[in-house]
Design a protein around this ligand. Structure first.
Ligand code: NAD
Length: 380
C-alpha cells in the first residue's frame, strides 16, 4: 500500500500555487484556472474509483499536484500498480491512501466513501467488444458496482459524485454533432451499462438527494493508456505496433471517425463538474471531447508521422484493413457547448497538441523499457 491510512493530515504542499501551464499570459483567468487556485488554497478529500487505470491515474496525478487528499479504490482488474507508482511521488504519499477492493462489494464502497467530499467514479469495465463477449460481468461491474458507489456516497453524505459515462450512449443516433438530448438506440451491452448509469444517477439524485454529474467521454487518449490486450484502445495499440514494427490494422475502410479527447481535458471536466456551485448543473450529463472529427486513416498518419520524427524507420508504415466490428459507431463528433456554458469547460488540447504530449510519453517509456532490457541482458 502506498501512503498512510491517515489521510487527514493537511500537507505542507497544500498551499502551493497551482501549476502555471494552464495560464495564458495576459488573458483573463478561465473558470478552471480560478478553480485550481481555490482548490490549492483550500484542499479537499477526493475518492477516485478506478484510480489505477488510465483516466483515474491522471486524475490522481492532478489532484495530488494541487495539494488535495486522495483516496484511491481499485481492484486492479484492468489497472496497474505502475500507473500509481508513476503519479504518487514520495512527496505526495502522505496525502494518498490506496484501497485495494472491488466496487461490487458494498462494504468496500462504504469504507472508501467515509470522510470524502467528492467522488470521481471511473471504475468500470471498458470496451464494447469485451461487453459483447461477456455482458454479465460488464453489467455486474458497471451497473451493480456503480449503484454500490452511489448508495455508499449517499450514506457518507458525499457532496457530489462525478461519473464516467460514454459517447457510446448515442448508439445509432446519426445526427452530427452529437448533442446531449439526441440519443439513439444503444448498440452494445457496454453502452447499455453507461445509459443505465445515467438513469440511476438521476434517480438517486431525485430520490435520495445526492447531486451528481455524468460526463460522456469521447475517445480519450494520453499517458498510461494501456496498449496491451485484446481490448486496447486504438491510439495506444497503434503506437505500440508502430514502435515495435508490427502492422497496424483498422477495422473497416478507415473512414470511421472519432472526436479524440486528450486526457487533460477530461481531468479539467471532472474538477469543474465536482465543484460547480450552480445547482442546475447537477443531475445532468455533458459531452466531454474537443469537438473535432478525425478519421482513423488521418489518425494513423498523425501517429506515424509523429513517431517518424523520432525514428525515421517508422515513416514507411502502412495500415492494413480488417472487417468492421459489431457494435461500433460509424462517426462521432461532440457538441461541447453545454459543458462550456454550464461548467465553464474550455478544452486546452486539440488532437495534435494532445498527441504531441502522448507520443513524448510513449517514446520516453520505450527508452526506459529498452534500457531495462539491456541491463537485464548484461546481468544474465
Ligand atoms: P481503465 O481500464 O484504464 O480504468 C478502469 C479502472 O477501473 C482500472 O484501474 C480497473 O482496474 C478499475 N476497475 C475495474 N473494475 C473494477 C471493480 N470491479 N472494482 C474496482 N475497480 C475496478 O479505463 P479508462 O480508460 O481509464 O476508463 C475510465 C472510465 O472512463 C470507465 O468508466 C470507462 O468506461 C470510461 N470511458 C473511457 C473512455 C476512454 O476513451 N478511455 C471513453 C468513454 C468512457
Amino acid at each position: 500500500m502506498l501512503g498512510t491510512e491517515d489521510a487527514s493530515a493537511p500537507s505542507p504542499a497544500a498551499h502551493r500555487l497551482p501549476h502555471t501551464r494552464h495560464m495564458i499570459s495576459g488573458s483573463a483567468p478561465t473558470a478552471y484556472q480560478r478553480l485550481r487556485e481555490s482548490l490549492s488554497a483550500q484542499p479537499r478529500v477526493w475518492l477516485v474509483t478506478g484510480a489505477a487505470g488510465f483516466i483515474g491515474s491522471s486524475l490522481v496525478a492532478d489532484l495530488l499536484s494541487l495539494g488535495q487528499q486522495v483516496v484511491a479504490l481499485d481492484n486492479f482488474s484492468t489497472g496497474y500498480q505502475h500507473n500509481l507508482d508513476d503519479v504518487v511521488t514520495p512527496e505526495h504519499a502522505h496525502r494518498f491512501r490506496l484501497i485495494r477492493g472491488d466496487i461490487r462489494d458494498l462494504a468496500t464502497c462504504r469504507t472508501a466513501c467515509a470522510g470524502v467530499d467528492f467522488v470521481l467514479h471511473q471504475a468500470a469495465l471498458g470496451s464494447v467488444p469485451r461487453s459483447v463477449q461477456d455482458p454479465i460481468t460488464s453489467h455486474d461491474v458497471n451497473v451493480s458496482g456503480f449503484l454500490n458507489v452511489f448508495m455508499a456516497a449517499c450514506d457518507a453524505k458525499v457532496q457530489r459524485v462525478v461519473f464516467a459515462s460514454s459517447s457510446s450512449v448515442y448508439g445509432d443516433a446519426n445526427q452530427l454533432p452529437q448533442r446531449e438530448e439526441n440519443v439513439g438506440n444503444v448498440l452494445s451491452p457496454y453502452a447499455a451499462t453507461k445509459k443505465t448509469n445515467e438513469v440511476y444517477a438521476a434517480v438517486v439524485q431525485r430520490t435520495y438527494g445526492l447531486p451528481s454529474i455524468g460526463l460522456r467521454y469521447f475517445n480519450v487518449f494520453g499517458a498510461r493508456q494501456d496498449p496491451n490486450g485484446a481490448y486496447a484502445a486504438v491510439i495506444p495499440r497503434w503506437v505500440d505496433r508502430l514502435l515495435t514494427g508490427e502492422p497496424c490494422e483498422v477495422y473497416g475502410d478507415g473512414e470511421t471517425s472519432r472526436d479524440f479527447c486528450y486526457v487533460a481535458n477530461v481531468v479539467q471536466a471532472n474538477l469543474l463538474a465536482a465543484t460547480t456551485s450552480d445547482p442546475a448543473a447537477t443531475g445532468q450529463v455533458y459531452n466531454i471531447a474537443f469537438g473535432q472529427q478525425t478519421s482513423l486513416k488521418r489518425l494513423f498518419t498523425m501517429l506515424r508521422d509523429g513517431l517518424a520524427e523520432k525514428d525515421p524507420s517508422i515513416a514507411g508504415a502502412e495500415l492494413t484493413h480488417g472487417p468492421a466490428r459489431v457494435g461500433d459507431i460509424r462517426h462521432s463528433l461532440a457538441d461541447i457547448s453545454k459543458a462550456r456554458r454550464m461548467l465553464g469547460y474550455e478544452p486546452t488540447h486539440d488532437i495534435a497538441h494532445g498527441l504531441n504530449e502522448a507520443l513524448e510519453w510513449y517514446w520516453g517509456r520505450k527508452g526506459r523499457f529498452e534500457l531495462k532490457e539491456k541491463v537485464r541482458a548484461v546481468m544474465l
